[in-house]
Design a protein around this ligand. Structure first.
Ligand SMILES: [Zn+2]
Length: 324
């Protein structure tokens, strides 16, 4: 099995996917990385095209399969391109709600995502998917499963998914959608054809139009050097509360902190200084904190504490940039 994309330099990543179908070169695993709005829409379009009876690389919208795989706005005849947002919400964790959904009501298209109140995709969801994929009764048609937000799979869920990738059922394609590949274990990455979409635009730190929550974080980070430990604990305490919501806020804190660190490093470089070791360490810590938050289900408030104390040390170093 070749894991090399047909044309790694192809301009349009969605084309790489579309061309595989008429060329009959569909792989058993794909990893789509980049901004979630583009990757999710591309995964959906690819899955629908895989089962379309016309086999031309995009859904023909007239065959029986295309009718069953329509969802949301598309089902009411609205423009297909509007299906960019996560189209298929799950109701909660596997104990309370479904662990996967079908795309439209197509029996051979599966969609796995975090449950509404969950911070991770759980092993039970991947196990259920595995059982569903092994059922007979799909005749000769293709089957596809999309894992949306694959980076939020717990480690055990990733290991379960790896087993499907190692022994994929016939004519089955797994499409993993992730903002970043780095959160996935190397053994999964190496078994998937990587298709890169443009990344999400970075947080613009000093943009007057930035949302209030982002502006509040920037103000907090700018002011960290003068904060006492008690004040930092107070700031972290704002990330208490319902876990899913707090985790989302801490994820934003991590993103903004990454942009804030890059801004410092850039300011140093512009002044002819080298980035300090603490700044470099802080970058690595942010990656680790994100993994802890998403995969290890770490307490959001604790993650915020570790982040803020770490960045306070960075802010305490003699700074190259002028502070307004
Ligand atoms: Zn069709």
């Amino acid at each position: 099995m070749s894991l090399v994309p047909d044309r790694p330099d192809a301009a349009d990543p969605a084309e790489i996917l579309a061309r595989a179908i008429p060329n009959d070169r569909v792989h058993s695993g794909y990893l789509l990385t980049g901004a979630p709005a583009s990757t999710t829409a591309a995964a959906l379009a690819f899955a629908r095209a895989l089962v379309c009876e016309a086999g031309r690389g995009r859904a023909c919208e007239t065959c029986h399969a295309c009718h069953s795989s329509r969802i949301g706005a598309a089902a009411t005849g609205a423009d297909d391109a509007s299906v960019g947002a996560p189209p298929i919400a799950l109701d909660g964790d596997g104990k309370r709600g479904p662990t996967y959904r079908h795309v439209g009501d197509h029996p051979a298209l599966f969609w796995v995502a975090r449950g509404h109140d969950d911070t991770r995709i759980k092993i039970g969801q991947i196990r259920d998917l595995q059982s569903a994929l092994r059922l007979r009764g799909f005749e000769s048609g293709r089957r596809a499963a999309i894992v949306e937000g694959a980076e939020s799979m717990s480690t055990s869920a990733q290991n379960a998914l790896l087993r499907i990738l190692e022994e994929p059922p016939p004519r089955t394609t797994l499409v993993l959608v992730a903002a970043r590949a780095s959160a996935l274990v190397a053994t999964i990455r190496s078994r998937c054809v990587r298709v890169r979409f443009p990344a999400e635009p970075e947080v613009a730190l000093r943009d007057p139009a930035m949302p209030a929550e982002t502006a509040g974080i920037v103000a907090l980070l700018d002011d960290l050097r003068g904060r006492s430990p008690g004040q930092i604990l107070d700031a972290a305490e704002t990330y208490r509360g319902a876990r899913a919501e707090a985790a989302e806020s801490v994820a934003l804190l991590i993103d903004v902190s990454g942009a804030w660190l890059r801004e410092r490093v850039t300011a140093r470089v512009l002044r002819g200084e080298r980035p300090g070791p603490r700044e470099l360490d802080a970058h690595k810590s942010l990656l680790q904190l994100r993994r802890d938050l998403v995969q290890r289900n770490a307490n959001p408030q604790m993650v915020a504490e570790r982040l803020l104390f770490g960045l306070r040390d960075v802010a305490g170093d003699a700074v190259g940039k002028s502070r307004a």
